[in-house]
Design a protein around this ligand. Structure first.
Ligand code: HEC
Length: 107
């Protein structure tokens, strides 16, 4: 039953075209994320979020205000809001596993 609940957003996501095309643009965006966002904290902090485009926009403004250097903001915003948007299901974080299986929210 839980799997059905998890599968719903995946299917919807595919239909709605939520997935970011795995092409050069995605690779460039990933590089941009690495360069701009990893000096201060792990990218896990970024990649574990599920935010709308407007929320990512605010998040970028906040991080830039704190000193993040972003050279291609639009590319990064598109990438974050599609790759880590509200329509993308959360995945279990392998690094936070303490020997126990992930339950509940799946974070
Ligand atoms: C100048 C340092 C710095 C840079 C560069 C930076 N951040 Fe952050 N970020 C922070 C700090 C400080 C926090 C709060 C950390 C905490 O709560 O442990 C944070 C937290 C976050 C959070 C968690 C939610 C929140 O608002 O507290 C997200 C999401 C995030 N950053 C995204 C990004 C993204 C995306 C980038 C790249 C564009 C980025 N950050 C670059 C300093 C930075």
């Amino acid at each position: 039953m839980k799997y059905l609940i998890l599968l719903g957003p995946v299917l919807l996501g595919l239909v709605a075209g939520c997935a970011f095309a795995q092409d050069d643009k995605a690779a460039a965006a990933r590089q941009e994320e690495q360069r701009s966002c990893s000096p201060c904290h792990s990218l896990r902090l970024v990649d574990s979020q599920r935010l709308s485009q407007a929320a990512w926009d605010k998040e970028l403004t906040k991080m830039i205000g704190w000193g993040a250097v972003v050279s291609n903001r639009q590319l990064l915003l598109d990438y974050l809001s599609q790759q880590y948007g509200v329509c993308v299901p959360r995945t279990a974080d392998p690094l936070s596993a303490n020997g126990a299986k992930s339950h509940g929210s799946g974070r």
